[in-house]
Design a protein around this ligand. Sequence first.
Ligand code: GLU
Length: 471
Amino acid sequence: MTEKIRVRFAPSPTGFLHIGGARTALFNWLYARHNNGTFVLRIEDTDRTRSTDEYIDAILEGMKWLGLDWDEGPFRQTDRFDIYRSYADKLVKEGKAYYCYCSPEELESRRKEAMSKGRALKYNGKCRDIKEPVPGIAPVVRFRMPQEGQTIVDDLIKGSVSFENKQLDDLIILRSDSTPTYNLTVVVDDVDMEITHVIRGDDHLNNTPKQIQLYKSFGYPIPKFAHLPMILGSDKARLSKRHGATSVMAYYEMGYLPDALVNYLVRLGWSYGDREVFTREELIKYFSFENVGKAAAVFNPEKLLWLNSQYIMNSSSEKLAELVMPFLMKKNVITEGQDLDKAWLSKAIDTLKERSKTLIELAKSLRYYIAEEVEYDEKARAKFLNEKSRDMLVELKDGLNSIGDFSETEIEKLFKAIVEKHEVKLGKLAQPVRVALTGGTQSPGIFEVLDVMGKEKAIRRLERAIEIIEA
Ligand code: GLU
């Protein structure tokens, strides 16, 4: 029987879901989906001073937006303190962990000494053999770390990484207030939740030998590990706000599509030949750790923007019509509760999606189709709405008024007739019309614009342009 794969994403809710966390969640999700396994969500909220419910909600919101659905959880570690304590007690009973009565002051002075001598900080084992409790002192519980030999981390990405046990500390697993520490909770949970593969950022690689020793002391099988390479900014420093937005939901706000961000995130470490664009189904089908590189990945906002433009271009206009609604509201193109004919909106989007890199850009361009009044770009107005274009605009307005069939073909015929009469190139008419209708000099083809805008609005805008010229 093949093993049933179980993986987990275990964020600490001390901030929003950020790019690095989302990439970890995604790789777990893909591995679970690829293998028909189970994806567990676990909230590591034991740091009560820094964890908040607001951040938990924000993390869940980010995962939902990215479409990373989980099968079990969210479990919260703060609901599980009794479980951790019982595991720690078991280790103490078996002599694999011990009470340490060293005072914080004592530990602090040893830490300073180690620092001043440039030595790595390591507990000196003073309380290892204490048999009797020391009255008046609430002890911590320390794990008796083996000091001989080596611990090998057999990593699916990094290969075999060896650690000298004598470098490993007798780590604290329960604090003096009997709250558990990270290395204990993570091992207990991964055991309890039957996690088969621990997939996380390689900033945790140094914790792994300690955790392996904990698994061994409990007598549990050791899961497989996959430590993902770091994500760096363009200057090769660890990714931070300096390099652009790092919160996942900031990308929602900026008008990115979740599929584009997912596609981008997967390429931070994973590759499949030289392909860049994948559907979700393809990602699930092709994902494996063999194609995850060892080298750090560099976050490139321009590439993400390019991918987003590809996704917008290739999305159905009906879907974009749904997605753009909140942005139309945010940009005050429509008012709250205002409804738009979705078929018409899709037709308008047909003309714009190849030229919009984000939903925000799309919403901004839709303004000239939707708004009652056009807002002119001053320079464009001065250059194109003047005596030179006046007669042609009047003729076009009259012509549009009298054509029965307001179709692209008929409109085009009318344009041709006018430019022939005035012996000018098409652009000499198209550009003033563009400014009259959209307010600026850049838009989709002018016949398409007229077709989407409709007869009434187009004529109204031409009239206004003529008035302005004559004023
Ligand atoms: N809570 C840890 C973190 O957010 C993750 C621990 C793990 O994946 O083992 O970094």
